[in-house]
Write a protein that binds this ligand. Structure first.
Ligand code: ZN
Length: 178
């Protein structure tokens, strides 16, 4: 089932989401929610979706970057490579090192807008997966950007909070000017 993605201005995007309790992880309700979030992310399409974006204030996000249709050159510029589908539950993120990279990013809750957001190049994430198993992720480049973006959503932070405000553009203008 495809869920409605809430847009910026909806208060749920500004709330700090609640952590999932151990007995919720793997429950039919959460398993079904994860499936619907996966389908909604793929339909959008997007490379990540956090539960607050479908109006559910829980520490839960899904990520998948197929990089489908991107040229090798574009992938190299973005330091980007495919990321298989996975689930983040109750994640914590630590920035590694001081390197920061600026790039245009979008958000499914900012339909039709893009903006330059500086992000740490390297991050370490501790999270649980959909079975409640602890996972650690050490990511760089575009994957590190996706993780920072989605985990921000779980804390009520959205990309315009971190953007270079003079770079805000519509998707159409961004495509026209590159
Ligand atoms: Zn977003």
């Amino acid at each position: 089932m495809i869920l409605k993605i809430v847009q910026v201005g909806d208060p749920v995007l500004r709330k700090r989401a609640r952590a999932l309790a151990p007995d919720e992880i793997g429950s039919p309700r959460i398993t079904e929610l994860i499936e619907m979030m996966r389908d909604t992310m793929r339909d959008a399409p997007g490379v990540g979706l956090a539960a607050p974006q479908i109006g559910v204030s829980l520490q839960l996000a899904v990520i998948e970057d197929t990089t489908h249709g991107m040229s090798a050159e574009a992938l190299a510029v973005q330091q980007r490579s495919p990321v298989p589908f996975h689930v983040l539950i109750n994640p914590t993120l630590r920035v590694e090192g001081e390197d920061v990279i600026e790039a245009y990013e979008g958000c499914l809750s900012f339909a039709s807008f893009m903006m330059v957001v500086p992000r740490a190049v390297r991050v370490h994430v501790d999270a649980l997966d959909e079975t409640g198993t602890a996972r650690t992720i050490d990511a760089t480049g575009w994957y590190a950007r996706i993780l920072q973006h989605e985990i921000d959503h779980l804390h009520g932070i959205v990309c315009c909070d971190r953007m270079d405000s003079r770079t805000l553009t519509t998707v159409d203008n961004h495509a026209r000017r590159r």
